[in-house]
Design a protein around this ligand. Structure first.
Ligand code: MOS
Length: 733
């Protein structure tokens, strides 16, 4: 279906919920007014391995306003162990597996009372030496370094490809542990009514939270309702259920009162996921003309002692370039750390740092322009699956991005560009991100006042879901956006997938489009069967819809409003629900998003202070559904990438296995002063194969390749190749 030129889809309209957010009227989970709510503060372990010897609760229990102090000794519920609950440590025993593990909950009338009481707990441990060092584990090939089953991927003949190379790069790149720091920390209000549980939660996934909490607590899924109207960022950590939520639900049950738990910034480090550190050994071999003859990518990644979590860091290596001989492999280092989880573009962000840095090194070795080297190895179909691309404008991204960035001004010689005391460097990297689509449903209700309510149990994690879904529905319903109210974030709504992997637009969008089109079809059928309608007995296929009116194609003056037709129904409304599955074309095409990332850095020649002065990103993400919110996604992604390149690092003191920088004073994320001119743009190439909307997903493409572009620019500026993120001053001097 081709959309009309005048379509509201794509327009840079403001966020429909923007006014609510800036006026404080948008209520986030912790702000939901709840009668008689008690406040819980979580207690975390201060050792990384061992067990709790004793917790003296008496002083805390006797403190003003305290309702209960729950630990493993008086756990509020005894749970049957489930797969979903196993790694959460829900106060069921005295074992400590990582620093910051949740070991208790103090519940009081107020937050201040709970926090004060928490400070009165006397806890003694029997610590053991924790193994938290991925580097040591990999170097010593410790027995907890385990090859991931079926992870050894081979394409062609890597050894011959390597032997045939005239230029060879064999280097190891490292990315650190990073902690998600959404503006809104984890927050939950758990309330029971009989054996039914309602959770107001800050989440990226209302339906999977519902399912997993139900399983852990031994309830039927329909006994749990999860509501999340607004989520203040997630970046992957809020895709999962973590201990604070379940412990809040258990305490609420025991106390027969609603319980609210909000994590502090400090408490976000450890028990609710993080990006795992990686060590990535890369091999690149090429002929003199730049043609890649071999690509190797062997990764070691940290995970916890009790759970396998893997970021597929080799994912870009398999598909970005046309290389016949590829060999990739994953090992996991099982350490005494919390469970890692997905963080913004897992695999793509970390893997692209290694492979795109190595491509830059290869370009220097070959004395080739790094863009030319990439274009030389452009893959005209997906070299991994062998499938044709659904669309791929990567070459156009390099071209338009280079123009916009003024790449031609770059002197390829390192240390050759200078502005006073500042060394100037320019770097480039490719971005590739996967397309994932999941089944989704949506409902549309046309009302007698001419408005529509559209619902899907999806989430808006700050990405613009409310807005783009309103636009899609308005377009397909032929209504102005003001007449459409889109609602999300409730497990009582039609089922939608989690908002992760840049999937929401392309999963929920088609469901909203389908439900909207079905609503119009049903409206026409109603009209032709209604004696009071001007369309009575007309041919429904000859009726068209525009601006809230139906009209006959042959006789455009013959009209009737949706409102008028709907007002004659018994329920005074018309409701339809649509379920959409993944697309057929996912079997026939390789669907990916692409980009070219360009960084200009300025490095102080004496002090080594690095600033990203300019950043240009050129993207092929299919059709853009809202030019403003999509651009904001990329601004955020690039900012995230600047943090990854220069500052973000969760540091563990391996003597004690403890995180030592669990606050914003010591864990540095970029602030306004760190951000120069960021200029992302989209080619706005509609993908006819991907789905009914022609969109391919936006969010995570933004960070992919950014760290490499910056590292490459730093090399160009200084002649120093830093292969170990973040690139801090000490590594440069
Ligand atoms: Mo993301 S890591 O898919 O929220």
């Amino acid at each position: 279906m081709v959309d009309k030129q005048s379509s509201v889809i794509g327009k840079p309209i403001d966020r429909v919920e923007g006014r609510l957010k800036v006026t404080g009227k948008a209520k986030y989970a912790a702000e939901i007014a709840t009668e008689n709510v008690a406040v819980g503060v979580v207690i975390q372990s201060t050792i990384a391995l061992g067990h709790i010897e004793k917790i003296d609760r008496r002083a805390a229990e006797g403190s003003a306003g305290v309702l209960a102090v729950f630990t493993h000794e008086n756990r509020p519920m005894t749970l049957t162990e489930t797969k979903e609950g196993k790694n959460l440590f829900l106060l069921q025993d005295d074992q400590i597996r990582y620093d910051g593990q949740i070991i208790g909950l103090v519940v009081a009338e107020s937050f201040e009372q709970a926090e004060h009481a928490a400070s009165l707990l006397e806890i003694s441990y029997k610590p053991e030496h924790a193994n938290t060092d991925v580097e040591k584990c990999a170097n010593e090939k410790q027995k907890n370094l385990i090859e991931v089953k079926d992870s050894h991927y081979k394409r062609g003949d890597f050894a011959s490809g390597k032997a045939a190379a005239v230029a060879l790069i064999e280097e190891t790149y490292r990315t650190p542990t990073e902690t998600h720091n959404p503006m809104e920390p984890f927050s939950t209000i758990a309330s029971w009514e009989g054996d039914s549980l309602t959770l107001h939660d800050s989440t990226q996934a209302v339906f999977s939270v519902r399912q997993n909490v139900a399983t852990i607590l031994g309830l039927a899924a329909d006994k749990v309702r999860v509501v999340s109207s607004y989520t203040g960022g997630g970046f992957g950590c809020k895709l999962s259920v973590w201990a604070p939520l379940v412990v809040a639900a258990m305490a609420a049950r025991k106390l027969d009162r609603p319980v609210k738990v909000v994590l502090s910034r400090h408490q976000m480090f450890g028990p609710v996921g993080f990006r795992p550190a990686t060590i990535q050994a890369i091999t690149l071999g090429a002929k003199g003309d730049g043609t890649l003859t071999a690509m190797g990518h062997h990764a070691v990644q940290e995970t916890s002692s009790f759970a396998d979590f893997m970021e597929e860091v080799t994912i870009c290596t398999k598909s970005t370039y046309a290389c016949a001989n590829v060999d990739t492999q994953h090992h996991l280092a099982h350490l005494d750390i919390g469970k890692p989880t997905w963080m913004r573009a897992p695999g793509h962000a970390t893997g692209s740092f290694a492979i795109e840095s190595a491509m830059d090194e290869l370009a220097y070795k070959l004395k080739m322009d790094p863009i030319e080297l990439r274009i030389k190895n452009y893959a005209d179909k997906d070299p991994d699956s062998g499938l044709p691309w659904s669309s791929n404008s990567l070459r156009e991204c390099y071209k338009q991005g280079a123009q916009r960035f003024a790449w031609e001004k770059r002197n390829p010689q390192p240390c050759s560009m200078r502005d006073g005391n500042q060394l100037i460097g320019m770097g480039v990297a490719t971005a590739l991100h996967s397309y994932w689509r999941n089944p989704a449903s949506a409902s549309v209700q046309l009302l007698a006042d001419g408005t529509a309510i559209v619902q899907s149990g999806s989430q808006d994690i700050g990405t613009g879901t409310y807005t783009i879904m309103t636009q899609i529905a308005a377009d397909k319903l032929s209504l102005p956006v003001e007449k459409v109210s889109f609602r999300l974030g409730d497990s009582n709504m039609p089922k939608a997938p989690m908002s992760g992997g840049s999937t929401t637009a392309v999963s929920v969008g088609p469901a909203v489009a389908q439900a909207s089109m079905d609503a119009i079809t049903k409206l026409k059928q109603l009209a032709v069967g209604d004696k009071k309608s001007v369309f009575f007995n007309a041919d429904a296929s000859k009726i068209e819809a525009k601006d809230g009116m139906l009209f006959l194609s042959s006789q455009p003056s013959k009209t009737e409003s949706y409102a008028s037709i709907v007002s004659r129904t018994r329920s005074k409304s018309l409701k339809v629900e649509a379920n959409t599955d993944v697309g057929e074309n996912e079997k026939n095409y390789s669907i990916n998003t692409f980009g070219a990332q360009f960084a200009e850095v300025r490095v102080d020649a004496d002090l080594g202070i690095i600033a990203v002065a300019r950043f240009v990103g050129a993207y092929d993400a299919g059709r853009i559904l809202n030019a403003k919110t999509a651009r904001s996604q990329m601004l955020g992604g690039i900012t995230f990438g600047i943090g990854m390149a220069l500052t973000e690092h969760t540091i563990i003191d391996h003597n004690f296995g403890r995180i030592i920088n669990s606050d914003f004073a010591e864990y540095h994320i970029p602030v306004h002063a760190d951000i120069g001119a960021i200029d992302p743009f989209f080619l706005d190439t509609k993908d006819e194969q991907a789905n009914i909307l022609g969109a391919k997903g936006v969010g995570e493409l933004g960070i992919t390749g950014v760290a490499a572009a910056i590292a490459n620019a730093i090399y160009h500026a200084t002649g120093k190749r830093i292969r170990d993120l973040p690139i801090t001053i000490d590594k440069l001097l």
